[in-house]
Design a protein around this ligand. Structure first.
Ligand SMILES: C[S@@+](CC[C@H](N)C(=O)[O-])C[C@H]1O[C@@H](n2cnc3c(N)ncnc32)[C@H](O)[C@@H]1O
Ligand code: SF4
Ligand code: SF4
Length: 357
């Protein structure tokens, strides 16, 4: 009998492989500012110099992206809804025919119900950092956080907007995990979450206080294991990065997507700082061409990761390696939290298979 999940994964992979080969910009993630009303303990933007992109520059960038054939844009931050020209930028993207995905902490959404109802985005992705005001205070250092975000989530749902919720599970909020799942189920909203915490962009190496401790990690992953039995791949937010293909970079970054930060820096993806060039020096089209040198890099057969038995379940990549080890983007080296995750999944899949057999 045909295994439907395997067939679906195979066809999806083939579709993306063909698309990547053609190399053409389809989607962009656009950080319109890096400031925020929350002070999340894990935020990768912490300690960065605040920046808010000028509206006219944002319009120019959107024009260039559209001219290159870009079809969709993800507006992110910082907190997107805090941008003083949020409505103008949102409307500009809409008028240019771009599909819009909005990343937000949900706190100020009530200010924008009119525009969101009039010009609905493709999707709003709201981060939930817990299901109580106490947890929000611990994670986001904001008072009444859950009460306000919950109210806005319910109103967005009532308006029929396409919502998805997400979270990062850490020491400060893992005790809310079951209730987060129940919350999303009760609202019939899709939920995705990360357990790995990236280093901050200023490389302060300050995330150890947030990452789940070994027993907390086991507890959460065993819960995840029960929910996701047989389909671990769908748990990974970035699936199966290293398993096949000849190139070091095997995802869509620089092939079908790019990232623009609030200073006009254009990168292959949010964290690939080493690929950055600025729109004030070059057209985005030229910057895009320059990514080629990374995309052509072959896999390093000497790397420990190349022969690793867990790699099929590992979401490490040259950029994750860079964030951890400050490398130059030309190699993949072991990253402890990715090893922990890949090993756990590998062993769970093996045990589940043995139990089935
Ligand atoms: C930087 S925020 C911007 C959008 C919005 N302010 C929000 O919180 O959703 C985008 C997402 O990145 C996540 N994030 C922030 N710092 C992170 C880190 N160090 N590791 C993993 N995810 C992180 C946030 O939790 C959020 O879901
Ligand atoms: S809400 Fe988003 S941007 Fe703001 S501090 Fe938290 S993770 Fe960072
Ligand atoms: S990061 Fe760890 S688990 Fe992943 S491929 Fe490298 S050695 Fe293996």
């Amino acid at each position: 009998m045909i295994d439907e999940t395997k067939l679906k994964n195979f066809l999806l992979k083939k579709y993306y492989r063909d698309l990547f080969k053609k190399r053409g910009l389809k989607s962009a993630t656009f950080e319109i500012l890096n400031s925020c009303n929350f002070k999340c303990v894990h935020c990768y933007n912490q300690n960065l110099k605040p920046c808010i992109m000028d509206k006219e520059l944002a319009f120019r960038i959107i024009d260039e992206l559209v001219d290159m054939g870009c079809e969709s844009v993800t507006l992110t931050g910082g907190e997107t809804t805090l941008h003083p020209d949020f409505v103008a930028i949102y409307k500009y993207c809409h008028d240019k025919g771009l599909k819009i995905k909005l990343f937000t902490n949900g706190y100020f959404l009530n200010k924008y119900f009119d525009i969101l109802r009039a010009f609905p985005p493709d999707q709003i992705e709201i981060s939930i950092y817990g299901v109580s005001d106490d947890t929000y205070l611990r994670v986001c250092q904001i008072k009444n956080g859950f009460t306000i975000v919950d109210k806005n989530i319910r109103e967005c749902k009532r308006l029929g907007l396409n919502l998805r919720l997400k979270s990062v599970i850490m020491q400060q909020n893992y005790e809310d995990f079951d209730e987060m799942l129940t919350y999303c189920q009760s609202l019939e909203l899709p939920f995705r979450f990360d357990i790995n915490v990236l280093n901050s962009k200023d490389f302060s190496n300050n995330q150890e206080k947030n990452k789940l401790l070994p027993d907390e990690y086991e507890l959460i992953m065993n819960k995840v294991r029960k929910i996701r039995t047989g389909n671990w791949i769908s748990y990974l937010t970035r699936e199966n990065m290293q398993s096949d293909g000849e190139y070091l970079y095997s995802c869509g970054a620089g092939r079908i997507s790019l990232f623009v930060n609030c200073l006009g820096g254009v990168r292959m993806c949010n964290f690939a700082e080493f690929t950055e060039e600025n729109v004030s020096d070059k057209s985005i089209k030229d910057i895009w061409q320059g990514f080629e040198k990374y995309l052509n890099l072959p896999k390093d057969k000497e790397s420990e990761c190349y022969t690793c038995e867990y790699k099929k379940f590992c979401s490490n990549c040259p950029v994750v390696t860079y964030m951890e080890h400050r490398t130059d983007g030309t190699k993949i080296l072991p990253v402890a939290q990715n090893c922990r995750e890949a090993k756990f999944i590998y062993e769970s899949v093996k045990n589940d298979k043995q139990t089935r057999d």
